[in-house]
Design a protein around this ligand. Structure first.
Ligand SMILES: [Zn+2]
Length: 569
């Protein structure tokens, strides 16, 4: 949190200015402030709606005191680092777009001058002082879609829910009917058949709000429903404890859990329109605590022939997976499909006459015929060591991010074929991470059979492709790969893709198997840049160049490549 933040600094500037310029009296202002507080509306909107000041006068006053410059988002590309500073949910909620950050000051584009009234509270939430610049609403909406990877549909829903000043005359109800509010009292009058509708509403809103989990838990006399969004739990509804029962019974029923849950139970559940999620019930003295976690892994394909590897990559990987021992590392950022790839490889490698085992710290969809053990992070090391003498042919380990666990996997790889996923941005980065774990380079180079990196991108719907002008087309990286005046395509949304423009996902991989000469070289020294050059001279294409090929094939947009690679090699 930047120390430079003085609570209310922007707001005070506005309020003092309004009085100094004699646009409002102090009495009128304090009246409007208390109205805004009690209705939880934007003070600027109250001032206009309740006739304290005209819209034109207030807007020109704001432009004057903030000296708001105008930015054209159709030609301006925000800094990817700045985009990470404001979570998607906040971008949605307030319609602001971060552009760049300098020493704790984050410049944000806003379409509505009245947003300055709430800048201070946004600052408090994200920990950066905000400098506003103006832009048009349409270009801001387009940019949010592009850089935060949401479908136009979703965006218009959010936009509707947030309500702009022009629309808020009397639809305050709609504005409050937001994603973070569920009327649980309805359970008191619901027919049992409509419990599923309420549950669907809870889960659909959670998905829209980008929640990773939904909690349904008993608390003193009541029960509440919470969403975990960006790591934080938000309560979306509370009702009398007795009303939890129909909801719990319904979930037990669809999950085929016993009526009396006496010990913790969990299972992967698939519900219509909602996809897969993990349901976990934990009995407490007040009743069951229920947590529904959405599947982290967007790819459903687990056939090695279909995950998007080239013939050559596939053959290299198959050869490695058929070895008796060795280490295969899948290094990719979070949400890049590495768990899915791990499952695919386990499924391929686990042939008749072999035994396979999978360890993970989070729930993953099981692989047929592969034993699965979910562990707490601190149990991982013991589990890996325990497998050394279990005579297992193939072992998959999802997210081994502790240095000890990585070192133990290298030892295990002398006896078994070990497939490991770690968080890394590229092949080179994955190897650097292995070395940084303190592993002895000789054992590492001896064990290491192959390293893979990957990204998952949203695939354009092929039924509604259209040529468009991307602001990224002038980027020098784009020019390098695609040349000048390249025509790019996106999907505008049609019935076939339910208006989303997206038709599933496409993966791009970077794959290298380790030859004897590479192993020898790694054993003596590792220089990331030299290694990278060595990969390219061997003909291993970078993820970025593979992704650009997908742009040429009209399968993905340039913006999607930017979102997943940052245009970095
Ligand atoms: Zn379509």
């Amino acid at each position: 949190m930047s120390e430079a933040i003085v609570k209310g600094s922007n707001l005070n500037k506005i309020l003092n200015g309004l009085i100094e310029e004699q646009l409002l009296t102090e009495e009128a202002l304090s009246e409007a402030i208390s109205k805004a507080e009690s209705s939880r509306k934007n003070l600027g909107e109250i001032l206009i709606e309740d006739g304290y000041i005209s819209k034109e006068a207030l807007e020109s006053f704001i432009k004057k005191i903030f000296e708001l410059p105008y930015v054209d988002l159709t030609s301006y590309v925000p800094d990817p680092e700045a985009l990470k500073l404001i979570p998607k949910t906040i971008v949605h909620r307030y319609l602001i777009l971060p552009l760049f950050e300098i020493e704790g000051n984050l410049t944000v584009a806003i379409p509505n001058p009245l947003t300055v009234f709430i800048l201070d509270s946004i600052s408090q939430e994200i920990g950066y002082e905000l400098d506003p610049v103006l832009t048009t609403e349409d270009s801001l909406l387009d940019s949010v879609i592009v850089y935060y990877g949401i479908s136009p549909d979703e965006m218009s829903d959010y936009h509707k829910a947030s309500g702009s000043i022009a629309e808020t005359e009397n639809d305050f109800e709609l504005k409050e009917e937001n994603l973070f509010s569920i009327d649980l009292d309805r359970l008191a009058i619901l027919e049992s058949s409509s419990v599923s509708e309420l549950l669907t509403e809870i889960l659909l809103k959670a998905k829209k709000a980008e929640a990773t989990a939904v909690h349904i838990e008993p608390i003193e006399g009541d029960f509440r429903v919470m969403y975990r969004v960006e790591g934080t739990l938000r309560t979306v509804g509370v009702a009398a404890r007795s009303l939890q029962k129909p909801l719990t019974d319904y979930l037990k029923n669809v999950s085929k859990f016993p009526r009396q849950v006496e010990r913790p139970v969990e299972k992967i559940l698939e519900l219509p329109r909602l996809g897969e999620m993990i349901i976990s019930m934990f009995p407490t003295i007040h009743g069951e605590r229920i947590v529904l976690t959405f599947e982290r892994d967007p790819l459903r394909i687990d056939d090695i022939e279909q995950i998007g590897l080239s013939e050559e990559e596939k053959n290299d990987i198959k050869e490695v997976l058929n070895c008796r021992h060795g280490l295969m590392v899948i290094g990719a950022p979070i949400n890049s499909g590495k768990t899915s790839t791990l499952r695919t490889f386990l499924r391929y490698a686990n042939k008749e006459g072999k035994s396979a085992f999978m360890l993970a710290v989070e729930e993953v969809r099981p692989v047929e015929g592969v034993q699965f053990q979910k562990l707490r992070g601190e149990e991982l090391l013991t589990a890996i060591e325990g497998l050394i003498h279990q005579d297992i042919d193939i072992i998959g380990l999802d997210e081994a991010d502790s240095e000890e666990a990585i070192r133990a996997c290298i030892r295990l790889a002398q006896k078994s074929m070990v497939i490991l996923t770690i968080e890394a941005s590229s092949i080179t980065d994955a190897i650097r991470k292995m070395i940084d774990s303190g592993a002895e380079t000789f054992s590492l180079s001896w064990s290491l059979s192959a390293v893979i990196s990957q990204r998952v991108m949203k695939k354009n719907c092929s039924h509604c492709l259209e040529e468009y002008k991307s602001p990224l087309i002038t980027n020098k990286v784009v020019k390098k790969y695609l040349g000048e005046n390249f025509q790019v395509f996106r999907s505008r949304g049609c019935d076939s893709c339910r208006g989303s423009g997206v038709d599933g996902y496409v993966s791009v991989f970077e794959v290298t198997s380790f030859s004897e000469s590479m192993k020898r070289k790694l054993a003596t020294s590792f220089n990331p840049q030299d290694f990278q050059n060595q990969l390219r001279s061997k003909g291993v294409d970078s993820i970025l160049s593979k992704a650009m090929e997908k742009v040429v094939e009209k399968q993905v947009t340039l913006e999607e490549v930017y979102r997943t690679t940052g245009f970095k090699e």
